[in-house]
Design a protein around this ligand. Structure first.
Ligand code: 5GP
Ligand code: ZN
Length: 138
């Protein structure tokens, strides 16, 4: 259930030190080593899986339950003003560590830089939007 050469598997095994804020049988939650904000943390499932495509549905559901619990706890403790949950999949989407993780990012009104997750917008015609919508309907 671990992958050789995976840095998060090594952190989970305790071979690489981390600032662990929560641990149970299934998850380890650590502070991000290069935090976007104060308290930026990562939920790591202990069983290695690369991304949203690989993670088991039940595990993914429990990640979200834990994210909800920690977001509330961290908001109260850090007195932050908002919160982002971010989860990147594949290099094009910004994933740099290929062991599934959910970013927990506290947000502060008085932070030096609040543009950490700003994106630009693309325009689609109403026809294109309908085509996209139709292609995605299940
Ligand atoms: P991604 O870009 O894959 O969504 O996020 C990977 C995150 O892992 C980055 O925010 C990065 O700072 C963090 N990270 C990478 N290596 C380590 C490490 O060895 N320890 C910790 N605590 N965080 C790490
Ligand atoms: Zn791993």
């Amino acid at each position: 259930m671990r992958e050789t050469n995976c840095i998060f598997c090594k952190i989970i095994a305790g071979e690489i030190p981390s600032n662990t804020i929560y641990e149970d049988g299934e998850f380890k939650v650590i502070l991000d080593a290069s935090p976007a904000t104060k308290g930026h943390a990562l939920i790591l499932p202990k069983n290695h899986c690369a991304d949203i495509y690989e993670i088991e549905e039940d595990v993914a559901a429990r990640v979200m339950k834990l994210a909800k619990k920690l977001a509330c706890h961290m908001t109260e403790t850090l007195q932050c003003d908002g919160f982002n949950l971010v989860q990147n999949n594949h290099e094009i989407a910004g994933q740099t560590v290929f062991h599934f993780h959910m970013h927990l990012i506290p947000r502060y009104k008085n932070a030096k830089n609040n543009d950490i997750l700003k994106w630009t917008h693309e325009n689609f015609t109403p026809e294109e939007m309908k085509e996209i919508c139709d292609s995605l309907k299940q």
